[in-house]
Write a protein that binds this ligand. Structure first.
Ligand SMILES: Cc1ncc(COP(=O)(O)OP(=O)(O)O)c(N)n1
Ligand SMILES: Cc1ncsc1CCOP(=O)(O)O
Ligand SMILES: [Mg+2]
Length: 218
């Protein structure tokens, strides 16, 4: 597959959030072709498939118009049904090889935090790896300790052909150190969705990638 975008923006659907309004604001910022944007529709476990499908169906045309890819977290049936570009799976979701069978040629991301798991996921068909938590985060409960840039580096070094997307507590000012550690890109929730100005936050991420330059080729 072609390289995924370097900025992955995950929706926040917790009570009190306005995921579509945030997406509209974020997608109004022109996507630098050298960076690329992936929107990952990630909904609360309590959301029904019907509601998840509704959010993906609403997000897709916005993503298409902005030139962003649209992936669905966890629910690959929803991804396929809505015509999204692919999906992302973690330890409690379908195994990577099974997810690959479901998605066919669609974009597949997989979560890991160790070199061994990274090699396994890459061999099983993951197109990119979501690696973290890189830093402490309050967005997801029950996560293990942050692995830091050194942990990201250990994973990235194990899979030189597979893009690593660092996730967890990522802000624009942390892009440079994560890319220096071997990350191809970053994923963010709160840095954008909780920002007073989500468009400005997205623009700050793009600027951070521009400052880093082409970065890792993977
Ligand atoms: C890019 C990216 N990386 C990691 C994750 C986390 O996936 P998972 O471990 O399955 O946890 P949930 O997001 O499902 O709560 C991700 N979604 N995206
Ligand atoms: C879903 C997930 N998996 C590891 S960290 C995380 C949440 C990241 O959210 P934030 O960007 O707000 O720290
Ligand atoms: Mg998951």
């Amino acid at each position: 597959m072609s390289q995924p975008g370097r900025l992955h923006l995950l929706t926040d659907t917790r009570p009190g959030t306005r995921p579509l309004a945030v997406l509209r604001a974020a997608l109004a910022v022109p996507v630098p072709p050298a960076v690329g944007l992936v929107v990952q529709v990630r909904v609360e476990d309590a959301w029904t498939d019907r509601d998840a499908y509704g959010l993906v169906a609403a997000a897709l045309p916005l993503c298409r118009a902005a030139g962003a890819a649209c992936l669905v977290n966890d629910r690959l049936d929803v991804a396929l049904a809505a015509g999204a570009d692919g999906g992302h799976v973690g330890a409690e979701d379908l195994p990577v090889d099974a997810a690959r069978r479901v998605l066919g040629a669609g974009v597949l991301g997989a979560t890991c935090r160790s070199a061994a798991a990274a090699r396994d996921h890459a061999a099983a068909g993951a197109d990119y790896l979501g690696v973290g938590p890189a830093f402490a985060t309050g967005t997801k409960e029950g996560l293990p300790a942050a692995i830091g840039p050194a942990g990201v580096a250990a994973v990235a070094a194990a899979v030189p052909g597979t893009p690593v997307i660092a996730i967890g507590g990522v802000t624009p000012d942390r892009v440079a150190e994560l890319c220096a550690a071997g990350a191809y890109g970053v994923a963010a929730v709160s840095a954008v969705t909780a920002a007073a100005d989500p468009a400005a936050a997205v623009a700050a991420f793009y600027a951070a990638f521009a400052a880093v330059g082409a970065g890792a080729s993977r």
